[in-house]
Design a protein around this ligand. Structure first.
Ligand code: GCU
Length: 832
């Protein structure tokens, strides 16, 4: 019998604890052997989860009445405690060997004729992780028979970073305002912070860096430090430690000193006083993240000193308290000379940090972004992973989808991360997958792990798009165990988040699993990077923005060819930063994988890929294929109608419909751009020909006038129609379609400066009315703000008159690009 579908906001994420049909009874009692706060949370969570899933919560049996080795009256019990405590209580039980810090064991244990369920952690935090794992197992399998699970995290550092500002905004955050800060202060109400910590704990994450890497010096003011203490108090029960990002210039800007030289004794004394104050407020403070000498942030280079000098100074102060320094390798010159064919931003991290290998203190971790540039849709693994043998490393990822659709589009990132984690660096001519290096295994380093920029906000479902939560879940799963597959991570998430009906799991999988590749197809394939506006919102198509400036995200498109030559033979030499086997693979056109071809090589548009297709034709084809695939996500999602709650169903349907239409904006922008650059036509005749479209310029206009769009490729003929200095404007056209049923799309622009309204009329009669009040990224008429309104199933006959009436509002001149008409039955025509 289907379960009733309650409206759900998404706030519970994967911790919904949906009812399960128990295959076998569970213990009705529990014994909690430890008083640590995380174990108390574990007990609380166990009761909460079981009550919700099975309708009954186990009764807590006081430890005082619990006879060692025997349940009170020989009833089955849940037994929660550290390995040492459980061993004492159940002398016949043997803990699994090799449990690492934070690891846990889940075991069914026959004890005097009864079956106990043991949740034992190496540490109290492990008990909490074990409890979440047990509840997950129950949610996925509806039973807890013959449990024999031992699990340990891959690495000690498993952090979520937030780029929150004290004023409550979040840099590159898309799920609303900060849960931590508002108006310059730590929030009074931190309820959401507790819920976040619980979510993170449920996937084994153990630290949060709460503020922007472009840090405010005010993070170290006495008032903020006191507030951070309150944040830590709320997260501690979930085993999550607080860290902060610091501005290296703070001694000057906050301390009023004349210098921030890390060798200056007074500067060191200033930092010592701050570190002490932090540990007073937060005894288990986790440490600092440092972005220095990067994108305008000051750093040790000002004094001719290296990152090691800066990191070690801070590390020395944190070490006695058990804190670490996460020093970011995202250090590069953003004033590169575009004319210098040898200049290459991708080289920077290795060039700067490789010579410092072995010079960092033991509690410094060099935090390296997954790729050498900056969270683009596809990058090779950073060569720096193999470039440091005697230095702790952490991998930095982005859960927040900065260059990957900003949670307005669905992109499941686990397959992308897996690609990097599993990539074999062949360091020292042996198998050294990146994951083995960051975990510390490959080169025997004590510290290491993962930090992902998550940027949840106050929105009910944390990240805006319910499907984006698969990325947070997936990040936690991989940080715990990077050997899991993207498929199993997706399916487990779908089951817990939406329900275990196989139809649900299969539909969600069929959207998530291909979504990265689909996004790559309609944005920047072949290693071109995302091709978005790199000096703007990082959202819509704007390829040229990456070229001819100091930021170094170039792909060097000319009229004859495209791609960055990073070879050692003729290019920037970046490829030479990899160990020899990997370098050889990238250096040769024969062995360089197609998906990174243009990241590594500059080739003519007519260069043939491994399957014989030319580069230019691949660019066209992939964009069309990507747009079609994005449309299929809508159809997949629609199969869930009635199988999940209406609230989340409708929300995701809206997102998938928007994505399907937005993929067309991308497709058109990028294919037009490369058509103009290369002068080579699409051999399928699609680029530049859009059946069913009537552009503004082809309509009869009253009041509307054309305005140039930058970049030109984001609108038909590089122009939009705008209604300026008028109360309303009209654009009309006479349709000559054979009688039939059609969908009508209006491609318009939705700016934040106002909320224009539009009316669509057919032969003078109202067809649709809508308001352009979406909050899209960007602020001007371009690809960021281009959006489609679709009216489905309209009966048309030849000679019908279609009119679009725009009413400007605020600073928004009711701008539009074109209307498109295609038969309702012909889905493929949506792609026009
Ligand atoms: C990206 C991002 C910035 C961020 C930077 C960083 O460039 O756009 O907002 O500050 O990365 O990681 O430091």
């Amino acid at each position: 019998m289907p379960l009733p579908l309650h409206a759900e906001s998404g706030a519970k994420a994967w911790l919904r604890y949906a009812p399960v049909k128990l295959a076998a009874p569970l213990p009705q009692r529990m014994v909690v052997l430890d008083k640590a706060v995380t174990v108390r949370s574990a007990a609380f969570e166990l009761r909460r989860g079981l009550l919700s899933m099975t309708g009954a919560a186990p009764v807590s049996v006081p430890v005082s009445g619990y006879v060692s080795g025997l349940g009170l009256d020989a009833q089955p019990e849940f037994v929660l405690g550290t390995v040492t405590e459980v061993r004492k209580a159940l002398p016949g039980w043997h803990a699994p060997v090799g449990l690492k810090l934070d690891g846990y064991a889940l075991e069914t244990f026959r004890n005097h004729g009864q079956t106990d369920l043991i949740i034992a952690g190496r540490t109290p935090r492990g008990v909490l992780y074990g409890t979440f794992a047990l509840l997950e197992t129950l949610g996925e399998h509806s039973e807890l028979k013959q449990l024999q699970i031992a699990s340990s995290p891959s690495a000690p550092i498993r952090w979520a970073d937030q780029w929150d500002n004290l004023n409550g905004s979040i840099e590159r955050g898309y799920g609303g305002r900060s849960i931590f800060f508002n108006d310059g202060h730590v929030r009074a109400n931190l309820a959401r912070v507790g819920q976040y910590a619980r979510l993170l704990a449920s996937v084994g994450l153990n630290g949060v860096d709460v503020n922007n890497v472009n840090a405010s010096p005010q993070m170290l003011s006495p008032e903020t430090i006191a507030g951070l203490g309150r944040i830590a108090d709320v997260m501690r029960p979930w085993g999550v430690r607080v860290a902060i990002s610091v501005d290296f210039r703070s001694p000057e800007t906050l301390g009023g000193m004349k210098t921030f030289n890390p060798k200056d004794p007074q500067v060191i004394a200033w930092w010592r006083q701050k570190v002490n104050a932090l540990y007073q407020a937060i005894p288990d403070f986790a440490g600092f993240t440092v972005k220095a000498d990067s994108e305008g942030q000051a750093g040790p280079s000002q004094y001719g000193l290296t990152p090691a000098a800066a990191a070690n100074m801070l590390a020395g102060l944190l070490r006695p308290h058990g804190g670490v320094v996460m020093y970011r390798a995202f250090v590069y010159n953003n004033h590169l000379d575009w004319n210098d064919k040898k200049a290459d931003r991708a080289r920077a991290a290795y060039d700067i940090f490789h010579p410092l290998d072995g010079k960092f203190a033991s509690n410094v971790v060099v935090q390296i972004k997954n790729g050498p540039i900056d969270f683009q849709v596809r990058e090779p693994a950073s060569p720096l992973y193999a470039g440091l043998r005697h230095t702790n490393e952490a991998m930095e990822l982005e859960v927040t989808q900065e260059y990957l659709g900003q949670a307005r589009q669905t992109v499941y990132l686990v397959p992308m991360w897996k690609k990097t984690l599993d990539f074999n660096m062949h360091a020292e001519n042996r198998d050294t997958p990146v994951k083995s290096i960051v975990e510390g295994k490959a080169f025997h380093r004590p510290l290491g792990g993962y930090a992902a920029v998550v940027n949840v906000g106050l929105d009910a479902n944390w990240l805006r798009n319910p499907l984006s939560m698969a990325n947070l879940w997936g990040y936690g799963q991989l940080a715990w165990n990077p050997d899991q597959s993207a498929e199993e991570i997706a399916s487990n998430w779908a089951r817990l988040t939406f329900g275990d009906d196989p139809r649900i799991v299969s539909a969600v999988d069929s959207i998530l699993l291909p979504s990265w590749h689909v996004y790559e197809d309609y944005t920047g394939p072949l290693g071109l990077e995302t091709l978005t506006d790199i000096t703007g919102a990082h959202y819509g198509p704007a390829p040229q923005s990456a070229e001819r400036n100091g930021w170094g995200m170039w792909f060097r498109a000319t009229h004859t060819g495209v791609g960055m030559d990073r070879t050692t033979a003729t290019g920037t030499g970046f490829i030479g930063q990899y160990p020899p086997k990997v370098a050889a693979m990238y250096e040769s056109l024969k062995t360089c994988p197609d998906d990174l071809l243009l990241f590594m090589h500059h080739v003519p548009y007519t260069h043939r890929l491994h399957d014989g297709k030319t580069v230019i034709q691949y660019i066209y084809d992939s964009h069309y294929a990507g747009a079609i695939a994005a449309q299929k996500f809508v159809d997949e999602w629609k199969t869930l109608h009635g199988l999940i709650d209406t609230e989340r169903y409708e929300q995701v349907l809206g997102i998938q419909r928007y994505q399907a239409a937005y993929a067309i904006v991308w497709r058109d922008g990028i294919t037009r751009y490369f058509y103009k650059m290369s002068g080579i036509a699409d051999d399928k005749g699609r680029v530049g020909h859009y059946a069913g479209r009537v552009t503004g310029a082809q309509m009869q206009l009253r009041g509307y006038s054309p305005e140039k769009v930058t970049p030109w490729e984001d609108a038909s003929d590089g122009k939009a129609e705008v209604c300026r200095d008028q109360a309303q404007c009209t654009a009309s056209t006479v349709l000559q379609h054979p009688a039939g049923v059609y969908n009508i799309g209006v491609q318009y622009f939705d700016l934040p400066q106002g909320a224009s309204t539009f009316d669509l009329l057919l032969n003078g009669k109202a067809l649709a009315h809508w308001t352009a009040d979406r909050h899209l990224p960007g602020y001007k008429i371009d690809g960021d703000t281009s959006i489609r309104y679709l009216v489905r199933h309209v009966s048309l006959k030849p000679g019908d008159k279609l009119a679009l009436v725009g009413h400007p509002e605020g600073g928004e001149p009711a701008p539009f690009d074109y209307v498109v008409v295609y038969p309702s039955a012909d889905q493929s025509k949506l792609h026009n």
